[in-house]
Design a protein around this ligand. Structure first.
Ligand SMILES: [Zn+2]
Length: 215
């Protein structure tokens, strides 16, 4: 048996550069936003419109091929999180659209048009619409253990992806430490209570370094 096959839970890179049995979340940074690839085929967040070439370079640098991205999810529809989704749909990726994001996918269109950027609008008609409740079962069909939860303190359509391995991708959610700076911020507090109930080990932000949860 190939030695790589004996070590399924360790990161191994084949001579071709394609990763194999790599189970951890892969950060792709090619602009101002961190995108995350979850083995199983899911990309969470994309950069701004016009970042496709940089995105391809980031994929290559991480030993990934575009075909590996079978699904895409935006933590929310601010322009720096969803600029490439239309292009990825054209390449065959399915858009996962949690219930709170219905009707939000075109929010950034006018900003990209204003900036004169190459942009393919999201095709909402082809999206995989799911409820939060069914997100775990849906992700399981991709071989991903985890769920999508609503964390609307940053924007009504904001979601977080929490994986059973402890990684939690929160997009633009404000850090939990910020709660100390507010007299009251019920929405942020509720979001963090929801997240902490899932016992995350690592918080992955879109614009900040990751944070390990100390227990
Ligand atoms: Zn945002």
């Amino acid at each position: 048996m190939d030695r790589i096959m004996e070590l399924p839970c360790m990161m191994k890179t084949l001579a071709s550069g394609e990763e194999f049995f790599r189970v951890e979340t892969i950060k792709l940074k090619y602009g101002n936003t961190n995108s995350f690839f979850i083995p199983g085929g899911l990309l969470v967040d994309t950069g701004y419109a016009g970042t496709l070439t940089a995105f391809y370079k980031a994929l290559k640098a991480n030993g990934l091929r575009l075909e590996r991205i079978t699904h895409v999810l935006a933590t929310h529809y601010h322009p720096d999180h969803c600029g490439l989704i239309g292009e990825l749909q054209q390449h065959g990726a399915s858009l996962i659209l949690p219930e709170s994001q219905k009707g939000s996918v075109h929010d950034p269109d006018h900003i990209f048009a204003r900036d004169g950027l190459r942009y393919i609008p999201v095709d909402e008609s082809k999206a995989e619409r799911i409820s939060f409740e069914e997100s775990r079962a849906y992700l399981m069909t991709l071989g991903i253990a985890g769920e999508i939860i609503s964390t609307p303190s940053h924007s009504a359509d904001s979601v977080s992806l929490i994986l059973d391995n402890g990684d939690c991708i929160v997009g633009d959610l404000q850090p939990r430490e910020f709660l100390d700076g507010y007299e009251s911020n019920k929405a942020l507090r509720t979001d963090w209570e929801r997240i902490m109930n899932c016992h995350p080990k690592r918080i992955l932000y879109a614009h900040m370094p990751e944070m390990r949860i100390k227990r």
